[in-house]
Design a protein around this ligand. Sequence first.
Ligand SMILES: [Zn+2]
Length: 451
Amino acid sequence: MAGFLLAAIMILLGSSSSSSSSSSGSSAVLEPLFQYIHGHQNEFVQRLGEWVAIQSDSSDPAMWREVKRLLNVTAQKIQEMGGRVEFADVGTQQLASGETVALPPVLLADFERDARKPTLCIYGHVDVQPAKKEDGWVTDPYNLTEVNGNLYGRGATDNKGPVLAWLHAVEAYQATKQELPVNLKFIIEGMEETGSDGLEELTRQRNESFFSDVDYIVISDNVWVSRRPALTYGTRGSTYFFVEVKGVNQDLHSGVWGGCYQEPMSDLIALLDSLIDHSGKILVPGLNEAVAPLTEEERKLYENIHFDVEEVKKEMGINHFLQDTKEGILMARWRYPSLSIHGIEGAFSDPGSKTVIPRRVIGKFSIRQVPNMEPAVVERQVKEHLQQVFTKRKSPNSLAVTTTVGAKPWVADLKDPQYVAGRKAVKAGLRNFIVTIIINLLISVFISTTK
Ligand SMILES: [Zn+2]
């Protein structure tokens, strides 16, 4: 956590001097900050432990009170440091029971503003996914525990640790009586793990008010590729597809009806199989042609990324990657499209040997998209391709292909001042603390520019 906290501070410094590449004079500022952090390390970890102990599981509406409790704790900490807070209402959600309940609000906060300084807005979330000991946790997920110098606890890295690190960075500035080099704003939510209900609408609503003076957004909520720190500068987009094949009016018994009619499942398997080949190549015509060509500069970036293929193989239980090199594997994961088949609704999936022929099945797959693919174009290409395959089969069944919202890919400019600041921050954080970091949380910083 110390490493991340330092990175947070360095980013603050970097943001304030984005016009100059040097941060001369910063050591005078940094030294007391570093000392303060060293001196309060135990306190910071203890506070993280208190946050982890709050079971803010957003997947279960019964636990939303805990999500709200942690949002309140966060707000209180910000207020204690002189920040202004607002809980923005983001509406309600109808539960499966029919009951309508209020969503946890989004916390918006800011500190005193100086018009001469740039404004940095920090995004974070305080909710977590469910966690039970039975899921394979070695330690109690809600009891932050140190094992071999690492801290384990649900949400410790995603995303309670990073949120706290930012708050501790502000605390360190204040306690050492140093002026923050930037104006700070926070947007902290409690529904990230279940799709950030209401957040997008809120950011639109507040575009001309709360966000109008924001120069940079920092999101510290991602994973590292290895134990080395990482800055994420893009993510792939996604479109989710449903392929429905409908046959007769009811499920039938294979011993009685098998062999006399075209079964929907056979059609579906053929359709799904037509999407991708054994080498991972997507077979939908036109789809790969839209991918932005790889430049030499971009290719070089991959050479220095730390990713131990053999170690990952062992850890993940993958005995063979489709690509031969580290660079090839990472590019397949990050800069090329991929297609994954997720499931078949209506298919028999319990143990045992039921001999039913399903009357209707829905295949589910998604395509991860990259620049310069357009979700709308991908949707059309996939639908046309599946229709063509289906027509060739001359099946009497019916086919329907639908999608859920397509998310566009994004990629940011690595030479942007925030990335330069981020790189310097991480390097400085590591340089100063490589020996003394006792807690290696897997936290990453993802920085993008807005405006
Ligand atoms: Zn997260």
